[in-house]
Design a binder for this molecule. Structure first.
Ligand code: SF4
Ligand code: SF4
Length: 449
């Protein structure tokens, strides 16, 4: 089997895919569900419900508030308890809608049957209709970045889409939610890809899967053997193979230039496999985005697993369903160990971008003492963006923001490969992130003048 990969850098963290063979279970309903209004890139949604309102599963509770924004739907039935503020997975307090759960009553228009809806059965669906349904359903990228999906399907006039690339790589250690989704709903994912191809008016679709998921590669290859429009692309195991730019390079051999360029500037629209499934459900089943596949995992978690989770469910409920936290100190991450963020409260809810809850013990997460940089160049060697991480980290630490911008810090994709590989255990990414935040703020302020 020929394996494809990106051309610069990369590392090989241990896989820890503990939950790969565990079928997905439906998570129990929470007592109360918490919906942050800003769970996507862009303007936070605007509430359309008030305290005391009754809602059902699939009721609109907050509308999009601007072009780059997305609506939010209730994942539960019950009564709006309050509109308040709460800490989310980023650690910042932000406005939320809290709904007390009563029963499980769904909006009537949602098709809950498992019958597969094919493209052939729906010739009436136009590109515009598909994009509109994706927009109305509140679909955002489900691999972590949470960018509103419909916008990616409407590229600027200067760019032309030539293909859809489905990101089914899941290269972060531990996480298996996308893998389980592919194994359990491959047919729906393929219809979702066809819908996206029709919406973007392209003739070619690719699904990129890492070689450590041979069963998924085999299943999807068998299902598409007679479809010349779809190609399954086996990828070498190398982190961050699932980075958007790395995936485009690996699959179609084109390099996306530095920001503000995006993949469509080289002809590709990239969508996470969870997003593709959500597109199928929105367009074919009239189901807005209110639940998702999430892995709950960690070497010391008693019963790790994969769950279909209603958004708004607190992390603590899912961790309890897996046997609770291990004894001693733990670090709980929203996401995996390379790019995940540690949460400061287990009340944090699952949102559209929560692909995993990863629990590391103090021993797993313990950082070794920081030593001086020995100029070994390993961080440069592994950086998939061709940057000089040791330099960016130093410039950030000394607040040399102009030079930092000049050195292209905005191209950093926060993959953590530099920090992972550093023999001196230097907090390279921590420093870069701080400096990148300042530089992005300065660029934004300059553009608003
Ligand atoms: S975190 Fe940024 S600087 Fe470090 S390896 Fe990844 S892209 Fe390069
Ligand atoms: S890997 Fe660490 S020690 Fe080596 S050059 Fe980079 S920062 Fe310095």
């Amino acid at each position: 089997m020929k394996l494809f990969t990106f051309r610069i850098g990369g590392v090989h963290p241990q896989e820890h895919k503990l939950t790969a063979d565990i079928p997905t279970k439906e998570a129990a309903l929470p007592k109360a569900a918490v919906f942050p209004l800003g769970q996507h890139i862009g303007a936070p949604a605007r509430p359309v419900v008030k305290r005391g309102d009754k809602v059902k599963v699939g009721t609109l509770i907050a509308e999009a508030n601007g072009f780059v924004s997305a609506p939010i739907y209730s994942s539960v039935s019950g009564t709006v308890a309050k509109i308040d503020t709460s800490i989310d997975a980023t650690g910042y307090r932000q406005p939320v809608i809290i709904i007390n759960v009563e029963g499980d009553e769904w909006e009537e228009g949602i098709d809950r049957s498992s019958e597969l809806e094919s493209m052939e059965a729906h010739p009436e669906l136009t590109a515009e209709e598909i994009i509109e349904r994706i927009k109305i359903a509140g679909i955002t990228g489900m691999g972590g970045a949470s960018f509103p999906t419909f916008i990616k399907l409407c590229p600027p006039p200067t760019a032309k889409a030539e293909c859809i690339i489905v990101n089914a790589v899941e290269c972060e250690p531990y996480i298996t939610a996308d893998y389980r989704l592919m194994m359990e709903h491959a047919a729906e994912v393929l219809v979702g890809l066809k819908l996206l191809m029709k919406a973007a008016k392209v003739e070619k679709g690719y699904i990129g899967i890492e070689e450590n998921k041979p069963k998924a590669i085999q299943l999807l290859t068998e299902l598409t053997v007679e479809d010349s429009q779809i190609t399954i692309v086996p990828l070498a195991m190398k982190y961050p193979q699932g980075g958007e730019k790395q995936l485009v390079d690996a699959v179609i051999g084109r390099q996306v230039p530095a920001p503000p360029a995006i993949p469509v500037n080289v002809g590709a629209i990239v969508q996470n496999v969870g997003t593709v499934f959500a597109v199928y459900q929105a367009v074919m089943k009239h189901k807005p985005l209110f639940e998702r596949y999430t892995t709950v995992t960690g070497e010391h978690i008693k019963q790790p697993g994969n769950f279909l989770v209603r958004m708004g469910t607190p992390f603590k409920d899912l961790i309890a369903a897996c046997g609770g936290l291990p004894d001693g100190d733990n670090k709980v991450l929203a996401g995996g160990p390379m790019m995940g963020k540690s949460v400061i409260s287990l009340e944090v809810p699952v949102t559209k971008g929560t692909n995993s809850i990863t629990v590391l013990t103090d021993a797993d997460a313990h950082r070794k003492p920081i030593e001086p940089c020995i100029r070994c160049g390993k961080c440069v060697e592994v950086c998939p963006m061709g940057l000089e991480p040791y330099l960016l980290a130093t410039l950030s630490a000394f607040k040399h923001y102009e030079r930092l911008e000049h050195e292209d810090v905005v191209s950093c994709i926060s993959c953590g490969s530099c920090q992972f590989t550093c023999p001196s255990h230097r907090p390279i990414l921590d420093n870069i992130l701080q400096g990148k935040g300042v530089v992005m703020g300065r660029i934004k302020a300059r553009n608003q003048k």
